[in-house]
Design a protein around this ligand. Sequence first.
Ligand code: UDP
Length: 327
Amino acid sequence: MNILVAGGAGYIGSHTCVALLEAGHTVIVADDLSQRKSGTLELVQRITGRKIIFHLVDVTDEAATEAVFAKYDLEGVIHFAGLKVVGESLTKPLAYYYNNLVSTMVLAKLCLKYGVERFVFSSSAAVYGANQIPFVESMPLLPATTPYGESKVMSERILADTAQAEPGWSVALLRYFNPVGAHESGLIGETPAGIPTNLMPYITQVAKGKLDKLQVFGDDYPTVDGTGVRDYIHVMDLAEGHVAAVEKLTPGVHVYNLGTGRGTSVLQLVRAFEEANGLRVPYEIGPRRLGDIPACYADTTKAQRDWGWTSKRTLADMCRDAWRFAR
Ligand code: UDP
């Protein structure tokens, strides 16, 4: 299939490009490179030995994005473009709502205009808010705790309503849990700008000696050891979930969790990283972080049942690959 990957130079986007190319698809990337050093897509080409078509485009710019739709006979769109620093969304809500909603609407509108039937959307476990765990796709959504999460809820709603009004249009809303790790080659991975806000990139920077020690955000949550619990998933497993989605989509709206179904606490992740890589990660306990929920992990039975997709890589693989890339 000819697939437009909006935001394809980003962390999850670039790994998905690898998986799409390896599955034999033609990949057209539209990315403004605002979140990324250029060079990532060259590395994707090196890993796969296949070409990517690249357009330097901000997908909130409808005219520029339409030029890409007009040029290729697209069969699917995967939408990763958007702002994703959850904490930052509390201080810059308008930027988050603007970018994340306008990009979704522009891409959806152009899909309908150009007859592109498959739309795969990067959603997030953040849409569940502080629901009961494990999170199941059929749960009513509680208010998200941040503007980032709300922007995902609203985008889901826009796409679901549109799909209902447009018979034949197919939408997959993929709710990611916590993607970590890197491609096994160590060539591409997560490169946050400045000081990382996510746990795994913070740990790798501490391991490298670039940062002194990890601050653990709270040890008084009602969890196994008091620290926050998340469902960490290897980014290549997540990438392969997108290939399954775009290939198996049928008309209508389909919501899928992409996680492992296993919860890991902050301290358990620190220990797994130390063991996998033979390193020490100094840490101290600090206060809770605004907007955090105590625990979240996925019920993953639906993706397994419908697509035969399940995560294959272990926590040790995630820790080893994250470190190989960071090193
Ligand atoms: N966390 C932490 N120290 C950090 C970054 C994160 O203790 O420097 C904790 C955070 O409170 C949460 C978990 O690690 O319990 C995962 O946080 P991350 O920001 O990676 O993902 P999210 O909170 O968006 O699920």
